[in-house]
Design a protein around this ligand. Structure first.
Ligand SMILES: [Zn+2]
Ligand SMILES: [Zn+2]
Length: 134
């Protein structure tokens, strides 16, 4: 899937008006594996569903790449303030890591956990070597 295709699908709002009959069907987000009511997720393709949380972070990761300050880590939920406070030294590194077509913004610890699971993507890259020694 090309990035253009993803952007096209996420820019078309799929939010539906409030329904009188509660929709209890739940759908699993393919990215964070959490379950949400059907109207809270977006369908990227037949096989891919993404929740608002993951999509929100995807856009935030793009803002971060564009120079915006990071909010924090989407995986461990630490805020940027906390990450700065607990990280020794001057620099706090944040990583924008692609995951099946969307972007994630991760702290160094979470990136180091995720990267080795995806040697298919990162092995042999400078990124993989730097973050996870693969
Ligand atoms: Zn999700
Ligand atoms: Zn983290």
């Amino acid at each position: 899937m090309t990035p253009e295709r993803i952007i096209t699908s996420v820019l078309m709002p799929r939010r539906q008006p409030l329904q009188k009959v509660p929709n209890i069907a739940s759908v699993q987000c393919n990215f964070c594996s959490k379950w949400y009511p059907k109207h809270r997720v977006h369908t990227l393709s037949e096989a891919q569903t993404v929740c608002e949380y993951c999509l929100d972070w995807h856009f935030h990761a793009q803002e971060f790449l564009g120079g915006a300050p990071p909010r924090g880590c989407q995986e461990c939920d630490l805020t940027w303030e906390t990450l700065k406070a607990i990280t020794p030294g001057e620099q706090v590194r944040m990583y924008v890591v692609p995951k099946d077509g969307i972007l994630q913004l991760l702290c160094a610890a979470c990136a180091a956990k995720y990267i080795p699971q995806r040697t298919d993507l990162f092995k042999g890259t400078r990124f993989g070597a730097e973050v996870a020694k693969i």
